[in-house]
Design a protein around this ligand. Structure first.
Ligand SMILES: NC(=O)c1ccc[n+]([C@@H]2O[C@H](COP(=O)([O-])OP(=O)(O)OC[C@H]3O[C@@H](n4cnc5c(N)ncnc54)[C@H](OP(=O)(O)O)[C@@H]3O)[C@@H](O)[C@H]2O)c1
Length: 217
């Protein structure tokens, strides 16, 4: 399987990237990032790119792909206004899904949203993510992942509050609806791709169920 990852320099994406690199089912990983990745691996090809609404310059990364794992995103606390949050959360993902369809029409698009995503929420972030999920599912048959607390190596871009809270995440480990490791999230995404899942929303407990079906390297 050839996999294309967005957000590989992030907390969630870093965990997913490591799962891909250690999976014998994955032959090649392409990562589109805005800065180099610290990890080097014979299976990894990095495409440093600046414009996430126009992927023409990195079209090569989208060709011959079986699954795109879109882990790019931002906390609402890190943006100054709704327009910026919407561009990163919604526009970047839709543009990636459109480019994937053009270059790898049979590929699956997987999108990380998050627990609490809801079209009727009082929180702007949850409504924007719900709208993004709906459009990705309707237009591209995407699989939308709603992890709760992801226990993974914090990235340079992770909000400070995430770093501070991470040790507490482990206390939640036994609660299947509240905790998932970054490795299990990645293994679940690969397993879902291998099983041909399409057009659905996957909540945290189900992520852990799917990860348990995945082969361990
Ligand atoms: N962490 C969790 O516990 C958790 C739980 C549920 C859902 N989620 C969701 O998962 C997604 C990723 O979260 P995370 O915790 O991995 O965040 P993170 O550690 O801050 O990483 C974000 C990733 O997205 C990239 N990115 C952010 N803004 C960008 C922009 N304007 N242009 C290009 N790339 C950009 C970052 O690139 P740089 O490294 O270059 O900044 C990084 O690769 C978010 O949608 C988040 O809501 C996270």
């Amino acid at each position: 399987m050839n996999v294309l990852i967005f957000g590989a320099t992030g907390t969630a994406g870093g965990g997913v990237l490591r799962a891909c690199l250690s999976s014998p089912a994955v032959e090649e990983v392409r990562a589109v990032t805005r800065r180099p990745i610290a990890i080097t691996d014979g299976k990894l090809r990095t495409f440093v790119h600046g414009d996430y609404q126009d992927y023409v310059a990195v079209a090569e990364a989208f060709a011959g792909v079986d699954a795109c794992l879109f882990c790019l995103g931002v906390s609402v606390t890190q943006v100054s206004e709704e327009g910026e949050y919407r561009a990163i959360t919604h526009d970047f993902a839709l543009a990636a899904a459109q480019t994937l369809r053009a270059h790898s029409p049979a590929a699956a698009f997987h999108y990380i949203s998050g627990q609490g995503t809801s079209a009727t929420s009082r929180f702007m972030w949850a409504r924007v993510k719900a709208e993004t999920e709906r459009e990705l599912i309707e237009q591209f048959g995407a699989v939308c992942w709603r992890p709760a607390a992801i226990d993974a190596e914090p990235s340079e871009s992770a909000p400070l509050v995430y770093r501070a809270l991470r040790p507490l995440f482990r206390l939640l480990r036994s609660f299947r609806s509240l905790y998932v490791s970054g490795g299990d999230l990645g293994r679940a995404m690969l397993q879902a791709a291998a099983e041909g899942m399409r057009g659905c929303v996957i909540e945290n407990a189900q992520i852990r169920d799917i990860a348990e079906r995945a082969p361990r390297p």
